[in-house]
Design a protein around this ligand. Structure first.
Ligand code: SF4
Length: 255
C-alpha cells in the first residue's frame, strides 16, 4: 500500500482496467512513473476539500481539509499534498522515483507555495496497515491465518479492509478459521493441509488452486466477492438499503 494516492497515481484513470491490474503484478511504483512519462498532466488539481484517511484510497474515512492544491508540476503537487497530510513525500515510492527520474520537484524547500502555508493547513492523517490490523485482539482470537508470499498493495489493502471492517462491526466470526493464501510465490509447504476454509486470494494464486478450498478471482479481488465467498449475507451489512443495487450485482439477495 502506498501512503498516499494523489496526482501521479491518479493517471491510472486513463488506462484500461486490465492494464491497471497488470501494474499490480509488475513493479507498481515504477509503472505509475512510466505512465506519467507518457501522459504527464499539464496541470494537476488535487481536490482536498474532503480527503480520505485510514484505509484509503477506497475504504478510509473522510477527512475535512477544505483545501485545493494545484500545480503545473505533478510531483510538486503530490509532495505538497503529502506534507499537508503529515507524510513525507519520499515515503511514497512512486513520488520518490518520479522525482529521481526527473518528472518534477519533491523538495518542499524548493517549491514556491502561494496561498496558505503547509503549516496552516496540515492535518496528520491516520494511517493503517495490514500489520496493524493483524494485531487487533479480536482478530487474533478468531483463528485466522494469512500466508503472504509477496502479495502486492492491492491484495494487502483488501485484506486489511476486510479485517478492519469485521472487527469494527463485531463480525469476526465470518473469518473464523479461514486460512488465506496470497501472493505470487507460494511455497510447497503452504499448500499442505488445504481445507474447506482455505482461501486462494487473487488471480495470481489461481495456478496453485486444485480442487480443494476456495479460489477468489480478481487482481485484486473485489471485497464484496471476498465477503460473498466467505458466506456473508445481507444481514452482515446492517442497514444496507442504500447499497442494495450494488450488493445485488455481487449476488447478495434479501434473506
Ligand atoms: S492478485 Fe493480488 S497479489 Fe496477485 S498480482 Fe494481483 S494484486 Fe498482486
Amino acid at each position: 500500500m502506498f501512503p498516499v494516492s494523489l496526482g501521479l497515481k491518479n493517471m491510472k484513470g486513463v488506462i484500461h482496467e486490465n492494464d491497471k491490474q497488470r501494474f499490480h503484478s509488475l513493479d507498481l511504483a515504477q509503472c505509475i512513473v512510466d505512465l506519467n512519462k507518457l501522459v504527464l498532466p499539464r496541470l494537476t488539481i488535487i481536490d482536498g476539500t474532503i480527503g480520505m484517511e485510514g484505509l484509503g484510497p477506497v475504504y478510509g474515512n473522510p477527512a475535512n481539509m477544505g483545501i485545493i492544491i494545484t500545480s503545473y508540476d505533478t510531483v510538486a503537487a503530490d509532495s505538497v499534498g503529502s506534507a499537508v497530510m503529515g507524510i513525507g513525500p519520499m515515503e511514497t515510492e512512486y513520488i520518490k522515483l518520479a522525482s529521481e527520474q526527473g518528472l518534477g520537484e519533491s523538495d518542499i524547500s524548493k517549491i514556491d507555495i502561494c496561498g496558505a502555508t503547509i503549516k496552516e493547513v496540515r492535518k496528520k492523517f491516520k494511517r493503517i496497515s495490514l500489520e496493524d490490523v493483524l494485531e487487533y485482539p479480536e482478530f487474533k482470537d478468531c483463528g485466522t491465518t494469512i500466508t503472504n508470499r509477496g502479495a502486492c498493495s492491492g491484495c494487502r489493502a483488501v485484506i486489511t479492509s476486510l479485517i478492519s471492517d469485521a472487527v469494527k462491526s463485531g463480525r469476526t466470526g465470518r473469518l473464523k478459521n479461514v486460512a488465506f493464501l496470497m501472493g505470487q510465490m507460494l511455497k510447497p509447504q503452504d499448500l499442505k493441509n488445504i481445507g474447506d476454509r482455505t482461501v486462494f486470494f487473487g488471480r495470481c494464486t489461481r495456478k496453485y488452486w486444485k480442487d480443494k478450498g476456495i479460489y477468489i478471482n480478481g487482481c485484486p479481488p473485489h471485497i464484496l466477492n471476498v465477503k460473498k465467498a466467505l458466506g456473508y449475507t445481507t444481514e452482515d451489512f446492517g442497514d444496507f438499503s442504500f447499497m442494495r443495487t450494488h450488493l445485488e450485482k455481487f449476488g447478495f439477495k434479501d434473506e
